[in-house]
Design a protein around this ligand. Structure first.
Ligand SMILES: [Fe+2]
Length: 410
């Protein structure tokens, strides 16, 4: 059984989110014992990871191995498979992975959220919180072996111990944190700030740039690392400017001129500089006119959309719609709909890139549902026969304008 949004939140992991963001996020590590006790099996199991390897169609991009703290070349555990001569692909060979694991290698599964619905749910909780993509990586380390040598990662990491135990050493993040991952010789780090053994359900948060090392001692260890790289202010501001300069006003191409004295003498430089000054002033005016609350909401939504958070099961949704009955209640979706003026009893409607003309009655009902609310599909068109009403609601649902209100009211 996969976990659902209802029984799992970001706060289940980090505790009080306000104090997490005030005291730990981007500052210092946090260890929470038993944060997800009794729920670890809902996240990812060794069985599921076995299944992924056994698929025999897995690209090495999803599976990495490390032995004695160093990465193993993927050539050691992949082969080139052909599909009746039409294409060639590198795929992971299960037997070689098992053999390397038996000889002490740590196996890691990248982007588990691409492969397992339970990992997808976990990633969604982080994408919602940080408004950016989250990656779930699984690490399986054989008993008595080190995972990776001391290093730091360029992203924030939330470690969740799933099975077995793992000994961690964590050093204080340096004042000047470099962006890349760096491996440290053991003697350069000194005494760790934290030495601990993680047990199933424990959570360890490491801000980016925190040096760490881990080893499995008595038994096989499985942990998940959830990694996020939330956008900094500079990233967000670049996105805002990028959006503003999409306007027609910034579309034309200036002739910048060359650097010859003749060019300077005929005043071309000055004219280009003046045009540039005007464009900057225009951009500044647009920046100042932005409503900060609207823009931050837009940036957050754009970040979550990039993560694909909450992606619906489209085939299931479409199949469900085909059974729309007159009694089923429908409501508007989040999709923005533009309704144009009415002409000859028809109103133009623009949604998800589709433009179509709908009867005015349809437009009236859509406007009435704009601020929430729902009605039975059979009554979607006032004064029309029930079957015509259902058909109109069905067509709009297929376009993503309407959705059926589920029985649970979710
Ligand atoms: Fe790491």
């Amino acid at each position: 059984m996969g976990i659902t949004a209802a029984d799992w939140t970001f706060a289940s992991l980090v505790g009080d989110t306000e104090s997490f963001f005030a005291q730990h996020f981007d500052r210092q590590p946090l260890l929470r014992r038993g944060a997800l006790a009794h729920r670890t099996r809902d996240l990812v199991t060794v069985d599921q990871l076995d299944d992924v390897i056994a698929l025999q169609a897995v690209s090495p991009a999803y599976v990495r191995l490390a032995r004695n703290g160093q990465g193993v070349s993927s050539k050691a555990y992949t082969r080139t498979t052909g599909d009746h001569g039409t294409g060639l692909a590198e795929t992971v060979v299960p037997e070689r992975v098992y053999e390397l694991f038996r000889s002490g290698a740590t196996v890691s599964w990248n982007h588990l959220e691409h492969l397992l619905p339970s990992a997808r749910h976990l990633a969604d909780a982080f994408s919602d919180t940080f408004a950016c993509p989250a990656e779930i990586v699984g690490f399986l380390t054989p008993a008595g072996h080190d995972g990776y040598a001391p290093h730091h990662d360029p992203v924030d990491v939330f470690v969740i111990q799933i099975e077995g135990t793992k000994d961690w050493q964590v050093w204080q993040p340096p004042a000047d944190r470099r962006g890349d991952s760096v491996h440290y010789p053991a003697d350069r780090l000194g005494e760790p700030a934290l030495r601990t053994t993680l047990r199933p359900g424990d959570m360890l948060y490491l801000p980016y740039g925190t040096p760490h090392a881990a080893a499995a001692r008595e038994q096989v260890s499985l942990h998940l690392s959830v990694t996020v790289a939330p956008r900094r202010w500079r990233d967000l501001l670049v996105e805002t400017v990028q959006e503003l300069v999409r306007d027609e006003a910034f579309h034309d191409v200036p002739f910048l001129g060359d650097t010859t004295a003749a060019d300077a003498a005929d005043g071309h430089h000055d004219r280009v500089a003046e045009r540039y000054r005007e464009k900057v002033a225009d951009l500044c005016a647009r920046l100042t006119a932005l409503r900060p609350d609207e823009e931050t909401t837009r940036l957050a939504a754009a970040g979550r959309a990039r993560a694909g958070a909450g992606r619906p099961r489209e085939f299931t949704r479409l199949a469900g719609l085909d059974a729309l009955t007159a009694q089923a209640r429908v409501r508007r979706t989040e999709a923005p709909v533009e309704l144009g003026p009415s002409l000859d009893g028809k109103t133009s409607l623009l949604v998800n890139g589709h433009r179509l003309a709908v009867p005015d009655a349809v437009a009236d009902t859509l406007r009435a549902l704009e601020r929430g609310g729902s009605l039975p599909a059979g009554k979607f068109l006032a004064d029309a026969p029930e079957d015509r009403s259902v058909r109109a609601a069905w067509q709009l649902a297929r376009l993503g304008v309407l959705q059926a209100v589920s029985q649970t009211g979710a």
